[in-house]
Design a protein around this ligand. Structure first.
Ligand code: SF4
Ligand code: MG
Length: 337
């Protein structure tokens, strides 16, 4: 069938005092029901901005959005605030990195889970409270019936993130967007939260977009991966293929900077040298060329002048030949994430 979420040639520009920031440029991707898409990149790559734009949470007066965002056949670019408000929480929901930005300290956890349920379903307070207990139980809060009246500060960090997930899922959203949902948590709790999301996806059939700077986080849970750099998609494909045979030098760099879970844990990480470019004045040609160690292998310095296109389907936006990329992957075979 048709993809549930389809983004075509998305452009997002902000006006700032210093000029126009091209936060997202020509981005296209698709997501089917029940599937998880991992969007990976450093901060400032445009991954969060993309999903805030899908939710219609960008600042309308200073932001220009071009292209298409289709959710279940409905066009969201240019949709009215009332339409977007109805969709938010009901059809699409978001989990942010820091649960304290989503939870109010002044209301009980149960009330905050119940509220969107009442708003979107018209349930009574009693029904919504029962539903809040049910959701707290589903996300693994022990003795949910007694914790439902607690305030956020009475919960641990991991429990707060579970409560935020309960809040996001209370209306069975078809699309769940999770932006660095585990970054603030320790490794054990991170793994538990990712398992939880996968279980809930099984149960509810939601499509999930998981945004992260850490390829290690999405390795186990994403069906497809989209790697973003400087507001553009530079590589995409089935997650297993991208991780097994990455095709873009930026993805190579990301993989080399992921802590190994197996093998020699003392092996030092190799962060990518340099910093992402300013999006006020993005470099011509390949946006990665100022940092790329492979640029000299492309004849005529095309990397600095010609913009490489991302092919449809599996592939990378890079001027290296497929043979050059294959050789690199074979020579730098990693023990795996
Ligand atoms: Fe590097 Fe050139 Fe490929 Fe860009 S196009 S990633 S600069 S080799
Ligand atoms: Mg972000």
């Amino acid at each position: 069938g048709d993809p549930f979420l389809s983004v075509r040639d998305l452009g997002v520009r902000f006006s700032t005092e210093d000029g126009v920031v091209r936060a997202v440029d020509g981005l296209s991707f698709e997501l089917r029901r029940g599937q998880t898409l991992g969007i990976v990149g450093e901060s400032g790559s445009g991954k969060s901005v993309t999903m805030l734009t899908v939710l219609g949470l960008h600042e309308p007066r200073t932001t220009e959005v071009t292209g298409q965002i289709r959710l279940d056949g409905q066009e969201l670019v240019g949709a009215g605030e009332r339409t977007l408000q109805r969709l938010r929480g009901n059809t699409m929901a978001m989990i942010f990195q820091d649960p304290l930005t989503s939870l109010s300290p002044y209301h009980t956890v149960g009330r905050q889970i119940a509220e969107p349920y009442i708003k979107h379903t018209g349930a009574s307070r009693r029904q919504a409270r029962a539903r809040a207990i049910e959701m707290l139980d589903k996300v693994g809060i022990p003795r949910a019936g007694t914790r439902v009246d607690d305030y956020p500060h009475q919960f641990s960090g991991g429990m707060r993130q579970r409560a935020v997930i309960a809040m996001a899922l209370v209306c069975n959203p078809d699309l769940l967007i999770a932006d660095e949902p585990t970054t603030a948590l320790d490794v054990t709790v991170q793994a538990q939260i990712l398992d939880l999301l996968a279980d809930l996806q099984q149960e509810f059939g939601s499509a999930i977009v998981l945004i992260t700077h850490d390829l290690g986080v999405v390795a186990d849970v994403a069906d497809d991966l989209l790697v973003m750099y400087a507001g553009r998609a530079v590589e995409r494909g089935p997650a297993a293929e991208v991780l097994r045979s990455p095709q873009h030098p930026y993805t190579w760099g990301l993989l080399e900077s992921v802590p190994r879970l197996t093998g020699d844990v003392d092996q030092p990480l190799a962060p990518i040298p340099g910093a992402p470019p300013s999006l006020l004045d993005p470099p011509p040609g390949c946006p990665f060329h100022p940092r790329c160690a492979h640029r000299q292998r492309v004849p005529g310095d095309a990397c600095a002048t010609e913009r490489p296109e991302l092919p449809v389907g599996r592939g990378a936006a890079c001027h290296l030949s497929l043979e050059q990329r294959r050789t690199h992957v074979i020579e730098h075979r990693q023990p795996g994430l």
